[in-house]
Design a protein around this ligand. Structure first.
Ligand code: NAD
Length: 296
């Protein structure tokens, strides 16, 4: 049976370090502040935003919510971002996605000032990641790196297979793990990849980010591999009061019989993502006040 990499435990550790850092920053007169924009009434987005604001409170980071109606125009949203970009009391800007139909996410991503882009999605920050000089790493890939680092998993020279090539998750993870310092030999698989199981079963480290419930099965995993499950999928479960439960992209129970280390869902990558948003916000405040980036 494999051991668990607990995102719950690791994120608590990171949050504790950040809480101390925020206390020290406040003693220097710096109060980190995150602006959180939520457009529309998507219930899942509302839950994510609530969790992010709650974690800000726990760490002593100021959060300022901007809840906008479903019928907000592109112009209004871009205007708000323009104002937040120019507000010196705001260090980080997070616009919760997805946006309602009709609003252009990629334009919004480009509009957020790279210095306040705590989601790490602006093309400048994505480009710096590709050049091996990251400033803000998008939160989920950053969380995955922290899980590997804090679990003492060596990535150098290892065969790493990343399932998924999204700009949000798969692509930055693959770029980062192949960069100097991480030094993995990375293969990226996607919806058009042929003979997927042959490729995944050679992975020393397998990272699944595709959004298909329990897609990765026993036969797709190399004996002793490290398995990181980024997926969060809601499936029907009549035994639950809610009628649903969360599963990852990996069939956890069978994978656990083959992997050496594995992340659970929930309690894996999810809590790490929020912790790394907090880390990026603290770093934004540090950089904007002439202090060096924290080496988390
Ligand atoms: P996405 O839909 O943008 O991308 C999915 C990727 O999977 C695509 O690149 C696609 O080519 C690939 N794919 C689809 N079917 C495939 C197949 N059969 N074989 C191989 N590759 C295939 O999704 P995303 O935003 O990257 O998110 C992926 C998953 O991660 C989702 O379950 C999402 O909910 C979850 N997620 C979790 C967190 C977190 O904090 N834990 C954060 C972001 C996303």
């Amino acid at each position: 049976m494999s051991k668990l990499i607990s995102g719950k435990m690791l994120s608590a550790q990171i949050n504790k370090e950040l809480r101390n850092e925020v206390t020290q920053l406040k003693e220097k007169g710096v109060e980190p502040c995150l602006a959180v924009i939520l457009v529309g009434d998507d219930p899942a987005s509302a839950v994510y935003v609530r969790n992010k604001k709650r974690t800000c409170d726990e760490l002593g980071i100021k959060s300022v919510g901007h809840d906008l109606p479903e019928n907000t125009t592109q112009y209004q949203l871009e205007n708000l971002i323009h104002d937040l970009n120019n507000d010196p009391s705001v260090n980080g800007i997070l616009n919760q996605f997805p946006l309602p139909i009709g609003l252009d996410e990629s334009k919004i991503i480009r509009k957020i000032s790279p210095e306040k882009d705590v989601d790490g999605l602006n093309p400048l920050n994505a480009g710096l990641i590709a050049m091996g000089q990251p400033i803000f790493i998008s939160c989920t890939p950053y969380g995955v790196l922290q899980m590997l680092k804090r679990s003492n998993i060596s990535t150098s020279g290892k065969n790493t297979v990343v399932l998924g090539r999204s700009n949000l998750v798969g692509r930055p993870i693959a770029t980062l793990l192949s960069s100097k310092g991480w030094d993995s030999t990375v293969t990226v698989c996607h919806s058009r990849t042929k003979n997927l199981a042959v490729i995944t079963s050679q992975a020393d480290i397998l990272i699944a980010a595709i959004g298909i419930p329990e897609f990765v099965t026993f036969d797709m995993i190399k004996e002793g591999a490290v398995v990181i499950d980024v997926g969060i999928n809601s499936i029907e479960d009549k035994s639950k009061k809610s009628g649903t439960r969360l599963v990852g992209d990996v069939a956890f129970e069978e994978a656990q019989r083959k992997a050496s280390l594995i992340t659970p869902v929930p309690g894996g990558v999810g809590p790490m993502t929020i912790a790394m948003l907090m880390a990026n916000t603290v770093n934004a405040a540090r950089l904007q006040n002439g202090l060096p980036r924290l080496n988390i």
